[in-house]
Write a new protein. Structure first.
Length: 455
């Protein structure tokens, strides 16, 4: 009798346990998957035109069930990348213009690993915020970072460093700024701040070394920079440095390459982050390194500078001395990264004496470049070219002025740049803006330099 009674108790217990589990499964099924959340670093609903868009879930997700159900209205092409099983980010192929409205949609049926299913489609409205500017104020005496709205000319200081800001870089998503600050040992440290100047923290302490020339990875996660062990003043003359990379979330900083004998400066990442180019002073060349497999190649260039990547990552423009010219002159050369072929960028009838590195429009169809075209011309003038090197418009025509630090706005409608009067050594640099639609130029700020757009 006792064994039978024991067996009956066991059976009843098992039945009850199965019933409880079935009930829990039914409840879970009926409750369904909780809605995810779009993470906004700033004001809710507003994002930068270059993305990314971050979606977070409360449960670990079956990734394929999410990826196949994500879309935008109107369509926005790009790549979804998982950070972990609960977080996915979207990186667009093309930059959207400010004011653009769109909707992010996650279709019903997305499933978590514990079996919960999204019962109804999740939708959230997004809008591209207006692009603003960041630049150096009073660059010759007491340098600080300034934010400006180019539509209203409203501006404000972002830093209060005692005039010790040296250079900076705005993150591609427009949420962070990293800048180098001169320290008490005449080196420079790297400082990270939010887009409004808050949240300042020392990211890399460099002591007597000069840590400058910061550049972001496209996902705004890492920053590459050049560390000159000779210090700030000597580094500008010698140009011998090593390239490091720092994780802005953890603060961990290491050499970008395992070869400690590799010297370089002026790093810049490819649009997809899979490669980096920098100037290799030992080879007198731009070195192109594939970060996926470690392979590298060099592009001879006696003009120290970084290459300019096309937005699709298929072309790199570099400056070099033109060996076939009758008189010494620099020129632009196009490297096709698929065919590995090299050709001159400008058409043969366009005579060039000196040229600066060009800036591609966001859609890759146009290029702005500072060019010296005549021997009597003192300063480089801004020109607009198509992506095949055909001159379209001479933007500036002031021979005594020199133009540099030009950047396209994220929507491709404006170009901001810097002007210096070569005929007046005491003249302060100015920041100007060119409207592509009406080809008008406006002065935005007196005594400012090195403007950058902040999406």
């Amino acid at each position: 009798m006792k064994p039978r009674r024991f067996e009956r108790v066991v059976v009843i217990t098992i039945v009850l346990l199965v019933a409880v589990l079935a009930g829990l499964a039914l409840i879970t099924f009926q409750i369904g998957l909780s809605n995810p959340q779009v993470i906004f670093a700033g004001e809710a609903g507003w994002i930068g035109g270059r993305g990314p868009v971050e979606l977070q879930f409360q449960q670990d997700m079956e990734r394929s069930s999410v990826e196949s159900r994500l879309s935008f209205e109107p369509g926005w092409k790009g790549t979804w990348r998982w950070v972990d099983d609960r977080t996915i980010r979207f990186f667009p192929d093309l930059t959207l213009g400010e004011g653009t409205s769109l909707k992010l949609i996650l279709g019903q049926g997305a499933r978590s690993r514990d079996g919960r299913v999204l019962r109804q489609a999740y939708m959230v409205n997004l809008r591209i915020r207006p692009a603003s500017l960041v630049f150096l104020n009073d660059p010759l005496v007491s340098t600080e970072l300034v934010w400006m709205n180019p539509l209203t000319n409203e501006h404000q200081l972002l830093t209060n460093s005692g005039g010790r800001v040296f250079d900076f870089a705005v993150s591609p998503d427009g949420e962070k700024i990293i800048y180098s600050r001169i320290n008490l040992r005449d080196g420079t440290d790297l400082i990270l701040i939010n887009r409004d100047g808050t949240g300042e923290k020392v990211l890399v302490e460099c002591g007597e070394f000069a840590c400058i020339e910061p550049t972001w990875t496209p996902d705004s996660r890492f920053v590459a920079y050049t560390r000159y062990e000779s210090g700030l003043t000597a580094s500008l003359m010698e140009g011998i440095g090593k390239i490091y990379v720092v994780d802005v979330e953890t603060g961990s900083s290491n050499l970008l390459f395992n070869n400690p004998g590799l010297f370089g400066s002026l790093p810049v990442f490819s649009p997809d982050g899979s490669a980096v180019s920098f100037y290799d002073i030992g080879e007198q060349a731009i070195r192109l390194v594939n970060l996926l497999d470690g392979s590298s190649s060099i592009i001879p260039s006696r003009v120290a500078g970084r290459g300019s990547w096309s937005p699709d990552g298929h072309t790199l423009l570099v400056a070099d001395w033109d060996g076939e010219a009758a008189i010494p002159r620099s020129n632009l050369f196009r490297l096709d990264l698929e065919s590995r072929s090299v050709s001159r960028f400008f058409e043969e009838t366009f005579e060039v004496l000196d040229v600066s590195l060009p800036a591609w429009s966001p859609d890759g169809k146009l290029v702005v470049c500072a060019v010296q075209t005549q021997s009597r011309q003192e300063g480089k003038q801004l020109w607009l070219f198509d992506n095949q090197g055909q001159p379209l418009v001479q933007i500036t025509n002031e021979p005594r002025m020199n133009y540099s630090s030009y950047q396209w706005s994220p929507d491709g409608k404006r170009v901001v740049f810097q002007q210096v009067n070569l005929g007046q050594p005491d003249d302060l640099p100015k920041i100007l803006i060119w409207q592509r639609e009406n080809q008008q130029i406006e002065t935005l700020f007196e005594n400012g330099a090195f403007p950058q757009w902040m999406p």
